[in-house]
Design a protein around this ligand. Structure first.
Ligand SMILES: Cc1cc2nc3c(=O)[nH]c(=O)nc-3n(C[C@H](O)[C@H](O)[C@H](O)COP(=O)(O)O)c2cc1C
Ligand code: SF4
Ligand code: SF4
Length: 273
């Protein structure tokens, strides 16, 4: 059985979970979702297609939503979602189901995993090493069960909570963080920055430019926090509030893994809309 899992990840949690399930399944192609990247071939040949992403504000990230809106499914493959979150997936997998249904496709199942929190905000939610280890262990325990469900093409209701409270709460959180707290606008570097270029390479939207004397951010930020967590000098800061706070990425995911871009990916998907 051939499976393709498209994944979006800022700090590696989603990639680690996708890999864990892929190892149990065998014959899985893992394809990263980045801005303006669309697979031109391959997905029509898969028996199962996974869409894996981190939960942002109890919802699906905008970049993944755009990807799902643009992807073409040619056949009746079994489509499943994988959502990783820090504590609460809310209705993220239900939103994925709605998006697919709008295109005439179906989400057969959606699985959620609680992983370490990568949001550095007003409150520190990341937790200590023991807390993170417990989350990794609980996630790994589920890989065989999820792989078996995908293999047997089990149809189920997405995991999470699709309540009005979650929908409203997610919208409020997003508005506060983007319009009031203005996370993307306050990204800047500390003096320790040595212009290594890692942030520009890792940004999934190409929103960062590194020149000889400065690093600058454009307006196309999807708040993945990759530049903050992967900067080797911990020099990326949001308006002074991330200074001195611990950075995180999944221990089994390397910078090289993050920059993976398989040959099968073509840079322009506008053509096949
Ligand atoms: C902008 C943003 C919003 C987030 N919103 C939520 C949320 O609503 N609920 C939650 O449990 N975790 C939330 N998180 C935490 C991530 O979903 C979680 O850490 C995820 O596993 C990160 O995956 P990644 O390492 O693949 O990027 C948020 C993280 C970010 C950066
Ligand atoms: S990754 Fe960090 S040190 Fe490297 S250019 Fe970006 S901000 Fe500077
Ligand atoms: S600027 Fe930073 S937080 Fe925004 S999309 Fe790029 S890597 Fe992610």
């Amino acid at each position: 059985m051939k499976t393709i899992i498209y994944y979006f990840t800022g700090t590696g949690n989603t990639l680690a979970v996708a890999r864990g399930i892929a190892e149990e399944l065998g014959d899985v192609q893992l394809i990263p979702i980045r801005k303006s990247v669309h697979p031109e071939e391959g997905h029509d040949e898969a028996d199962a297609i996974g869409i894996a992403f981190p939960v942002y504000f109890l919802n699906i990230p905008d970049i993944v939503r755009d990807f799902v809106e643009n992807i073409r499914f040619y056949d009746d493959s079994y489509v499943f979602g994988i959502a990783t979150c820090g504590e609460q997936p809310g209705g993220a997998l239900f939103r994925l189901k709605e998006l697919l249904e709008e295109k005439g496709n179906t989400l057969s199942a959606g699985f959620s995993f609680v992983m370490p929190e990568n949001y550095i905000g007003p409150v520190d939610l990341m937790g200590d090493a023991l807390h993170r280890e417990k989350k990794f262990a609980a996630a790994s325990e589920r890989y065989p069960e999820i792989a078996a469900k995908v293999r047997e093409q089990v149809v189920s209701v997405p995991e999470g909570t699709d309540s009005v409270l979650m929908k409203t709460g997610g919208r409020i959180m997003k508005t506060v963080m983007t319009s009031v707290y203005r996370t993307p606008c306050h990204l800047h570097t500390a003096k320790t920055c040595n212009r290594c270029g890692t942030c520009a390479q890792i940004c999934p939207t190409g929103n960062i430019t590194v020149s000889a004397d400065k690093v600058s951010w454009g307006k196309d930020c999807v708040q993945c926090y990759a530049c903050i967590h992967w900067c080797p000098k911990e020099a990326v800061d949001i308006g002074g509030r991330t200074k001195g706070k611990p950075r995180y990425h999944h221990p089994d995911v390397t910078l090289k893994d993050m920059l993976e871009k398989p040959d099968s990916i073509k840079e322009d998907y506008s053509k096949i809309r």
